[in-house]
Design a protein around this ligand. Structure first.
Ligand SMILES: C[S@@+](CC[C@H](N)C(=O)[O-])C[C@H]1O[C@@H](n2cnc3c(N)ncnc32)[C@H](O)[C@@H]1O
Length: 242
């Protein structure tokens, strides 16, 4: 009989041994290269929707003076972590962002069939993270928003060496990503990804507090975390305070 309590999520396989060989070169290069690719119109529209949600959230609670706090759940998938964060931080708007319409559709339905049944402080938006982060950084830079916490739970690891530059910390977006939040938490089931992320952050932000450790909590807070835990995989977190 098949044991259905344990899924068979595969460990990450990579043809790369240890951290990516050109990590330092790439991080240093992007630290001083502006990222100029035009921002896609659809992400501008999605960002405007999130902005409206945030404005409405605070106006109902008597407008708060700038900068207003906003929490991001980037690559939220089916949105379990967005719900978790909404309960953990009831006084803040939580924006769950993902590019997958299918996953976000499941997210809206996972708390009952009415999107209104979502906690009042949670909002899902379909967008490309890279552009969404750039628009968020504009808000942070002009002092309109602050991001107390940024969840980056189980991003696609792109484990093949030939795909390494698609990892967020080896991509031109990395300085933008690291410019956003007071606390950023990455979770991953690939130790090398966690090591690289921590190393790239220390290089870019020598004064930041960077901790890498195994996740000890028993209860999974995302769908992928549950899958990996059921397959008895080791899970890592990198927490960055600045
Ligand atoms: C491995 S899943 C993890 C989902 C969720 N965080 C979890 O732990 O269950 C990665 C998610 O990131 C989303 N994603 C990856 N790259 C993205 C991008 N550039 N922009 C928006 N979403 C992205 C995918 O659609 C997917 O839902």
């Amino acid at each position: 009989m098949i044991d259905q309590t344990h899924s068979h999520a595969k460990e990450v396989w990579s043809n790369q041994e240890g951290p990516f060989k050109d990590l330092e070169k790439l991080v240093r290069k992007y630290a001083c290269t502006p990222y100029l690719r035009p921002i896609a119109g659809h992400t501008r529209t999605a960002f405007a929707d999130a902005e409206q949600f945030i404005a409405d959230f605070y106006s109902k609670r008597h407008a708060q003076s700038a900068p207003i706090p906003v929490i991001l759940d980037s690559g939220c998938g089916t949105g379990e972590s967005t719900l978790h964060l909404a309960h953990q931080f009831p006084g803040y708007p939580i924006i769950g962002i993902d590019k997958s319409a299918v996953r976000l559709d499941k997210a809206s339905k996972s708390n009952g069939s009415h999107p209104q049944a979502l906690p009042q402080n949670a909002f899902y938006v379909r967008a490309e993270l890279i552009d969404f982060w750039r628009l968020t950084l504009e808000k942070v830079t002009v002092g309109k928003w602050t991001v107390p916490y940024h969840a980056l739970y189980y991003p696609n690891p792109w484990p093949k060496q030939s795909e390494a530059t698609r990892r967020f910390h080896l991509h031109p977006i990395f300085p933008t990503l690291m410019g956003l939040a007071q606390t950023t938490e990455l979770r991953t089931n690939w130790e090398t990804y966690a090591q690289e992320f921590a190393q790239a952050t220390r290089m870019l932000l020598p004064n930041a507090g960077v901790t890498m450790q195994l996740i000890k909590e028993d209860k999974p807070i995302t769908a992928f975390e549950r899958k990996y835990k059921n397959a008895c995989q080791q899970l890592w977190q990198v927490i960055i305070h600045q």
